[in-house]
Ligand binder design. Sequence first.
Ligand code: SF4
Length: 357
Amino acid sequence: MNSTQVGTRIRKAKEVLGSSLVILGHHYQKDKVIQFADFRGDSLKLARDAASCREARYIVFCGVHFMAETAAILAQPGQTVLIPDQEAGCPLAEMANVDDVERAWAELGQVMDVEHEVMPVTYVNSSAALKAFCGRHGGLVCTSSNAQAVLTWALAWRPRVLFFPDQHLGRNTAKKMGIPLAEMLLWNPSRPFGGHEAGDLERAQIFLWRGFCNVHQRFHPEDVTAWREREPPTSTSVGIRVIVHPECPMEVVDLADEAGSTAYIIRRVEESPPGSKWAIGTEFNLVNRLAEEHADKFIVSLSPQPSYCRTMNLITVEKLARVLEGLARGEIINPVTVPPDVARDARTALERMLEVS
Ligand code: SF4
């Protein structure tokens, strides 16, 4: 079946479902998919959109599993969240599980008064169980848009933060806030006390979980220098500007001209004058879309190899059509549910975030 036929099926199902349906789409989705989203955005915007979709009975999330879970946590009673492919997980989110985090908490508890000295902060790219852990222990969630505001809040309440699962977002944000690298300890969950001497833990202000996004870790400092050499400033142009996502390694963020969430990257490109040149360090579907939407600007991926997120790309129009047609005939395909007690504590952590940012 060609894409026009699949598009017709989706449009028909949307028509049947009317206002009972809302489709949310993350910026990293393919053009073919995101064209059907009623709301598109980054994790923070979509979390807010999910919370505000009070009329819709069905929320179909075109993104990865933790995003749909977040929508399910924030959903109103009677709303159902669905994902076109249950296999679309986030490898970064899977790098921290609740058992390992509970163990880290207990180990820190042997050395300090964790409930008063350590604030747990989870990146939104994490399971509902981890968000619930934060909710239970006075902590909260952050996204790449609000990580600095969240860390500032966390450190105003407790002197240390346990940040998981993305070490790069934690390190880049803390560094921007002026926290010395010597006060950040990388926590290796497969080693006792994260791989440190128990006595060393007290010198840390930030414990950084050893997780990373394999899409953003593919950008290197050499990519930045290569583009600067290729597109240097001239008498009529400032040359290429490098803008990257804070999930990139610190060495890349330090060399870049700017770093920010996908929403920030999009805004900066949109606001720039015609003729601007950008090398962008984030997922390739977004870079490609920006290049197509801004043909009057020179927009390229920072990496010579397109950096796709494999699991985001598991969402296809065919799978979206199947889920929507199921709904149109009263069948729920691929619901995303969170146990009520986990949802309650996770919602506490998410609501703290929404209040802070
Ligand atoms: S781009 Fe990275 S963080 Fe985002 S969904 Fe893919 S693996 Fe996860």
